[in-house]
Design a protein around this ligand. Structure first.
Ligand SMILES: Cc1cc2nc3c(=O)[nH]c(=O)nc-3n(C[C@H](O)[C@H](O)[C@H](O)COP(=O)(O)OP(=O)(O)OC[C@H]3O[C@@H](n4cnc5c(N)ncnc54)[C@H](O)[C@@H]3O)c2cc1C
Length: 505
């Protein structure tokens, strides 16, 4: 049997997606592959993408990146969840926190005890039983080690500077043998028989050949979309927002350990606090609001002094019909886009590259089975994330705002309709395949968006009613007490970063 040909990977694009891909491939394929990354300084990157979810720890641990160094080099802060203000109704807010809400008893999920407690009139707000939320509301944070009570650790992610993160990963990758080529891709060469990509032609008559191509060229999708002609599946009927205005400001008064998502007339605004500035943006639907109005609304609602003008970024929610076609896999914006409502894009890059590494055959001669599996699993993953985002929009009670009135009429995917029906009944949830968001996330957003079940599982009837109030109170009390003992987020970050951060403690 002849030896398979050597793996020659070409990563097209050097935004977060390109450098996450290059770093991961270099770390896990080592000397078994040559890796070349092409990026264009002239074109640059999208320059946003600052909020993450806890799965980013898998990336950092996998790459062996030290957390303190990461925090210092990317000007990062900690994130305990996302506050959704005014999403259900004007004046109401809730936090979708990472980690657990409450504590189940035996096989009984906590939510069932809470629902029964609600029925008995002895339960507080669902968020009262989350340690993450207790800490977030007090602007406090620490990495709780094994001194913490069992099951009460804070689950966290980061806010990071995307440009600094890409630079860090670039250095990591080139130190491990990745060849970086600066230049503009002008055309894509394909094999006349198989249709596989054989090389990228760069300006200046340079040619980069390879046998596996990773398309990380951003919204352009130069390889998968343009060269291979894989069509775009449009999801704007479910996620109609199509424009973002991004603008950095000085850090505001509070250095919050969470992202803010504030519903506006035709979309929502984000605030992402970093050590040296706050990232702000206004995501809106252009059919319901013009750019001038959206820009004025953003400028009127930031907390710190603007450091630049609002920068528009246009997009359409959706994805390429296949994420892998021929010998080309797309990651990041080249694969598709869902608005950053739950900060999922960087994670989808990570999981995409992880999936590729798990499926990559040693012999590139026949990629069919790997490609089919990759596309099937990616589709399921993206669709379940989509459903979770759509939930935020459709379950609103902002009656009288035309955009929000429209959102309540959206014909939702059947998979989401089933989840809502199951939840509405008795707060029930079943995880489908490997979907990203788990019971605690769906539960917090369902309840936060006003889908509060009237009943509960009969399992909860088996607990003596008199025990439920004290049980709930003990959990809420423990969350508060532990949160109050934590240092401020600003102090904790300053200690780790080795310098003061902007904003008050
Ligand atoms: C408004 C907005 C907010 C977001 N917020 C979040 C968030 O909070 N959290 C999150 O996880 N994600 C977020 N995202 C998504 C996140 O920004 C992206 O997933 C991430 O930055 C990856 O982008 P990318 O690398 O795919 O594309 P880009 O950053 O656009 O990089 C594309 C690369 O391709 C190169 N390129 C393009 N054309 C050529 C060419 N012809 N020749 C050579 N090189 C070329 C470019 O130079 C660049 O290096 C957000 C996205 C948007 C639009």
């Amino acid at each position: 049997m002849s030896e398979p040909s050597r793996l020659e990977v070409v990563v097209a694009g050097g935004g977060s997606a390109g450098w996450i891909a290059a770093a991961t491939l270099a770390r896990f394929l080592g000397d078994c592959a040559t890796i070349t990354l092409v990026e264009s300084d002239e074109i640059g990157t999208v320059g946003v993408g600052e909020a993450t979810i806890p799965q980013i720890h898998n990336l950092l641990i996998g790459l062996g990146i030290d957390q303190t160094e990461f925090l210092q080099r990317t000007n990062a802060s900690f994130k305990l969840g996302i506050e959704f203000a005014d999403w259900l109704r004007q004046g109401e807010s809730y936090i979708h926190s990472f980690g657990k809400v409450g504590r189940g008893v035996g096989l009984m999920p906590f939510r069932q005890l809470w629902l029964r407690g609600r029925g008995l009139g002895v339960a507080g707000d669902y968020g009262d039983y989350s340690f993450n939320i207790a800490a977030a509301l007090r602007n406090r944070f620490a990495i709780v080690d094994d001194q913490g009570a069992a099951g009460m650790d804070l689950a966290y992610a980061y806010h990071l500077d995307a440009t600094l993160f890409a630079q860090m990963l670039r250095e990591y990758s080139t130190d491990r043998g990745v060849r970086r080529v600066e230049g503009r891709i002008v055309s894509v060469e394909r094999d006349a028989t198989s249709g596989d990509i054989t090389a990228l032609q760069l300006s200046g008559e340079r040619r980069i050949a390879g046998n596996l191509f990773i398309d990380c060229t951003g919204f352009r999708s130069l390889l998968l979309g343009d060269a291979l002609g894989v069509p775009y599946i449009d999801w704007t009927n479910w996620l109609p927002c199509d424009t973002a205005l991004a603008m950095p400001t000085e850090t505001g008064a509070a250095f919050r350990p969470y992202t803010q998502s504030i519903a506006r007339k035709a979309g929502w605004q984000w605030r992402i606090p970093l050590q040296h500035r706050t990232g702000n943006g206004h995501v809106f639907c252009s059919a319901f609001m013009g750019e001038d109005e959206a820009s004025a609304m953003l400028l009127a609602n930031v907390e710190g002094k603007p450091l630049a003008d609002p920068r528009p970024i246009r997009f359409a929610a959706g994805h390429r019909r296949e994420y892998w076609s021929h010998n080309c896999v797309a990651l990041g914006l080249a694969a598709g886009f869902m608005e950053p409502l739950e900060s999922t894009s960087i994670h989808l890059v990570q999981s995409g590259i992880g999936r590729l590494l798990n499926l990559l055959p040693r012999d590139l001669g026949n990629l069919d089975a790997a490609r089919v599996a990759f596309n099937r699993f990616s589709t399921v993953e993206w669709e379940r994330v989509r459903d979770f985002l759509v939930l935020h929009y459709v379950a609103n009670e902002r009656v009288g705002d035309p955009f929000w009135d429209h959102c309540r009429t959206i014909a939702i995917p059947a998979t989401l309709a089933e989840k809502i029906a199951l939840f509405r009944e008795a707060g029930l949830f079943m995880r489908e395949e490997d979907e990203l968001f788990l019971d605690d996330s769906w539960g917090q957003v369902m309840i936060g968006q006003g889908i509060v079940p009237s009943g509960w599982s009969p399992l909860a009837d088996n607990v003596p009613g008199a025990d439920i109030g004290p049980f709930l109170n003990s959990i809420a009390g423990a969350c508060r007490t532990k949160a109050e003992a934590l240092p401020s987020h600003a102090d904790f970050v300053a200690r780790m970063a080795g310098r003061a951060v902007m904003g008050e403690a």
